[in-house]
Design a protein around this ligand. Structure first.
Ligand SMILES: [Zn+2]
Length: 269
């Protein structure tokens, strides 16, 4: 007999920093209510991620909210929409002190919404922008382990600030490579899904010192809130699940993950 898990968001003395969400994609909630609820659950810093040429400015505008930070970059899905003006807009925006990284950038051969060669070119160009501006990167990679590894290898010495492989769903070998290069690995609600054994296998080998917590909201709502639109204030559910899985104290996990996020995104701004 299994008892159904109670649908509550755990509250911690210090809540987790949200390192990856898409606030401009939330549909069923008012931003002001969402941000208020974040603070109620101790999610006191929220990084909202750029993905396309037409949301770069939206992300910058969102950083007008005190607890919101942003990134600038083009997702592999959108690589085919990049123009020369896009790179210029990204570069010019990086002087904004609330823009903390270049992203999300990378490769996605699962959907292949953009041609792989166009994806690779966009990934490399934006990695170079991160190098030139001494910023970390937020990387999306799916079904593209070999090319991701090859490209990151080429930037091994020039990309000083490294970054995060967010929503990690790739293989153990890529995880090991990224960890050895000094990257962080980002985990979200996927780890709570019943069929995500492969992601939990990666979780097992990632030291807490190289882990970031994220929701990727409005997508990937964690258990026990499946069926609702995701939001950054559900992040404590993910922290709680990971702490239980890794058999460490949840507050300790949050404290370490927060210090990882501080060092990566906030310290040098
Ligand atoms: Zn994302």
């Amino acid at each position: 007999m299994s008892k159904k898990k109670e649908r509550i968001i755990p509250k911690y003395a210090v809540g987790p920093i949200e390192t990856h969400c898409h606030l401009d994609y939330l549909k069923g909630q008012e931003l002001i209510d969402t941000l208020e609820k974040c603070q109620e659950y101790g999610v006191n810093k929220v990084v909202t991620i750029a993905v396309s040429p037409d949301n770069l400015k939206k992300v910058r505008d969102l950083t007008a909210n005190e607890i919101v930070y942003g990134t600038q970059g083009i997702h592999p899905h959108e690589a085919k929409h990049i123009t020369q003006g896009t790179y210029q807009e990204i570069e010019e925006s990086l002087t904004n002190p609330k823009i903390v990284a270049v992203g999300e950038i990378g490769l996605d051969y699962y959907y292949e919404f953009s041609d792989p060669n166009i994806q690779k070119e966009a990934f490399e160009k934006q990695l170079q922008i991160a190098c030139d501006n001494d910023l970390p990167v937020v990387i999306h990679t799916r079904e593209a382990d070999a090319d991701t590894k090859a490209i990151l290898k080429n930037f091994s010495t020039t990309l000083k600030r490294k970054g995060v492989i967010h929503s990690f769903t790739s293989g153990i070998e890529l995880a090991e490579f990224c960890l050895s290069e000094g990257f962080h690995i980002g985990f979200n609600g996927i780890v709570t899904f019943k069929n995500a054994g492969n992601v939990r296998n990666v979780l097992d080998i990632v030291p807490v010192e190289q882990m970031l917590l994220e929701t990727d909201s409005p997508y990937l709502t964690p258990v026990p809130f499946r069926g609702r639109e995701n939001a950054p204030f559900y992040l404590p559910c993910i922290a709680d699940f990971i702490a239980t899985h890794k058999e460490i104290d949840a507050q300790k996990l949050i404290d370490i993950a927060n210090s990882n996020a501080e060092n990566l995104f906030f310290k040098l701004r």
